[in-house]
Design a binder for this molecule. Structure first.
Ligand SMILES: [NH3+][C@H]1C[C@H](O)[C@@H](O)[C@@H]1CO
Length: 623
């Protein structure tokens, strides 16, 4: 039995203590970003190759399609187009289909909003007109919803929009988007298409927006912050391939996209504006990274060449908070958000403790950017990335905020619950920007989080609660993966085109985030070797006390809390996540482990029997 006396003293818990880390890994396109058409603009592909046609296929044997470099591009950002050539005399229907991002959800009642650009590269002597048909269909050709779009063959690119609403929901996501035309009406002609786009309804009904079900799953965690755009995906394989904010703004027809750092092309349809608007809609605050001159091929920008990147970072920040009299603030206003976005934290680089990054970060990259940015924006907090893997920054000027990353096994997290207790209170604030149990203690990899690792993470997180006077933010990473396109496991949330699988670690993150309170209450100290860790916080306004109990043993353990409050309700409610060792939530068993609510008798003394491998919160009204 573990006797725990809770005191009335403690310290404030920052609103940013628990949040989300995101980059386009495993699924920005095809995941958070709601665009349903894969390879919609043929960005960054080589015309004439089969790869250029990724996700596209001819409709029937008489349709001839290829990706071409358009003789007149729709924009400088999008030089390529899909070319449909209709041989003279062809009869019947011609056109092409798209598989979506490994599937397309067909949901009754959803108004799908689509658009595309088309042109006739060679305008015929006698103008022709007719209509394209666009539809959603099964892979076997059953049409679920469709509409038509008129066309004329006059010269030049034309943008058309359309919408349709299925009347029934398909359980299968093996569906196609199709664009077709009666061959006879365009016999002997070639038609080019690009930026072929289809959106479902989006979170907060934003154009070019974010997927609703994933937004809801994240909203249900009440996350305090959102770190973006990376992570590795900030850095590029080379400086020229870095994530550059300016290539991700304005209309998507002006966004070239880039080869992301996880092996696939990013459309950058989810650009800096869409990130910031969604972060605001989700009532989070951004922790925004700026490129700091190090790329993943090990190349650091030379000291003499840093000015370009300093200017780019200043411009990126002005896009977020600059007045509309700045060129960058004016772009933000023109996109629909004249007021500045909320911004308190800017991270300079990512993982600059890796290989060659350390030397250049410590000798000039950190100082160059920190000095320039803090002079330009004295109100902002600048976060350094760990230029050593320890807890003590080895860079100057001494950073006030410090991003640590740790991926390890359950034992590390169980034994690390007190890693922050021993750190000096010298003004340095820590951001545990990335952490996860990524292997079993045996070293075996994890396709999904498992209960043993999630409960280990929970033990470590009691350290974040207890040390939230120096830990201002913490986020599990990576956040998402598409079940059909995964570059890293495990991930907090796995999704298919139409379903969300919450991992055991999701529920641990949710429990700590929902019940972080605004004040940590000092309680009986514990040791790292204990199988049980606890944390007491309170919500002052709500007069609620949250008692978290983490039991990393496979057998039950009892905790006896003694509360210091004069008024305590006699009935408490609680939530517990527990499962047999090895349990994972997967697409095949999405609810193998789910939190269960319970009630308990509360009072000055509360006895709780924590199941083996469990994370619990006991909620009691008290003041
Ligand atoms: N290697 C991890 C560290 C880096 O910052 C992320 O992009 C990767 C996955 O979370």
């Amino acid at each position: 039995t573990f006797p725990v006396t809770v005191s009335t003293t403690g310290h404030a818990v920052p609103s940013t203590l628990y949040g989300l880390m995101f980059e386009d890994i495993n699924s920005g396109d095809g995941g958070l970003y709601a665009e349903l058409i894969m390879n919609r603009g043929f960005q960054q592909v080589t015309p004439g190759t089969s790869a250029a046609l990724q996700a596209w296929a001819a409709l029937g044997s008489t349709s001839h399609i290829s990706v071409v470099k358009s003789s007149t591009a729709v924009s400088t950002a999008l030089p390529n187009a899909l070319s449909l050539t209709v041989t003279s005399g062809t009869t019947g229907t011609v056109g092409f289909t798209n598989t979506g991002f490994f599937g397309i959800p067909v949901t009754a009642g959803w108004k799908y909003s689509g658009s595309f650009y088309y042109r006739f590269p060679t305008s015929p002597a006698t103008q022709v007109s007719g209509s394209f048909t666009v539809d959603l269909r099964s892979t076997t050709g059953t049409v679920f919803t469709s509409t038509t779009v008129p066309f004329t063959s006059s010269a030049g690119w034309k943008k058309v929009t359309f919408s349709f609403t299925p009347s029934s929901t398909q359980t299968s996501v093996s569906n196609l988007f199709a664009l077709s035309v009666n061959a006879a009406t365009v016999s002997g002609l070639t038609i080019e298409f690009t930026l072929i786009s289809l959106f479902p309804p989006t979170f907060n009904n934003r154009a070019n927006g974010i997927r609703m079900d994933l937004s809801q799953a994240l909203l249900d965690m009440k996350p305090g912050f959102f770190r973006f755009p990376g992570g590795n995906n900030l850095e590029g394989q080379t400086p020229a391939q870095r994530w550059a904010w300016e290539l991700t703004v304005n209309d998507v027809v002006n966004r070239p996209g880039r080869l992301g750092d996880w092996g696939y092309i990013n459309t950058d349809g989810l650009g800096i504006y869409e990130y910031l608007q969604w972060i605001e809609d989700m009532e989070m605050e951004p922790i925004m990274a700026v490129y700091a001159g190090y790329s993943l091929n090990g190349q650091s920008v030379a000291s003499a060449d840093m000015q370009q990147y300093i200017t780019e970072a200043i411009n990126q920040i002005n896009f977020v908070i600059g007045s509309t009299s700045t060129a960058q603030g004016a772009i933000r206003a023109a996109m629909g958000h004249p007021a500045p976005f909320t911004l308190n934290y800017v991270e300079i680089g990512n993982e600059d403790f890796l290989s060659q990054a350390t030397a250049s970060y410590a000798s000039y990259r950190w100082a160059d950017l920190y000095n320039a940015l803090s002079a330009e924006f004295p109100q902002l907090n600048f976060i350094a990335t760990s230029a050593t893997s320890g807890f003590v920054p080895a860079i100057s000027p001494a950073p006030k905020f410090w991003d640590l990353h740790i991926y390890s096994n359950p034992n590390f997290f169980i034994n690390g619950a007190f890693n922050f207790d021993i750190l000096a209170r010298n003004g340095l604030q820590f951001f545990q920007g990335e952490y996860a149990t990524t292997t079993q203690n045996s070293g075996a990899s994890l396709p999904y989080p498992f209960i043993d690792g999630s409960i280990a993470e929970a033990a470590y997180m009691t350290g974040f609660d207890r040390n939230s006077d120096i830990v201002f933010a913490a986020s599990y990473a990576p956040l998402l993966n598409h079940v059909s396109s995964t570059q890293w496991t495990p991930n907090l949330i796995t999704h298919t085109p139409n379903s969300v699988i919450k991992s055991t670690s999701y529920y641990v993150q949710q429990l700590f985030s929902l019940y972080k309170g605004d004040t940590y209450l000092t309680s009986t100290t514990n040791t790292a070797s204990s199988p049980v860790q606890w944390s007491a916080t309170k919500n002052t306004a709500g007069q609620q006390v949250f008692l978290k109990v983490i039991n990393t043993a496979t057998t039950a353990n009892t905790v006896v809390f003694t509360l210091p409050f004069g008024t305590i309700s006699t009935a408490g409610t609680g939530t517990v996540l527990t499962a047999a060792s090895g349990t994972m939530n997967t697409p095949a068993s999405p609810n193998a482990a789910a939190p269960k609510n319970f009630t308990f008798t509360a009072g000055k003394t509360i006895t709780y029997n924590a199941p083996g491998l469990s994370a619990s919160v006991l909620i009691v009204s008290a003041h």
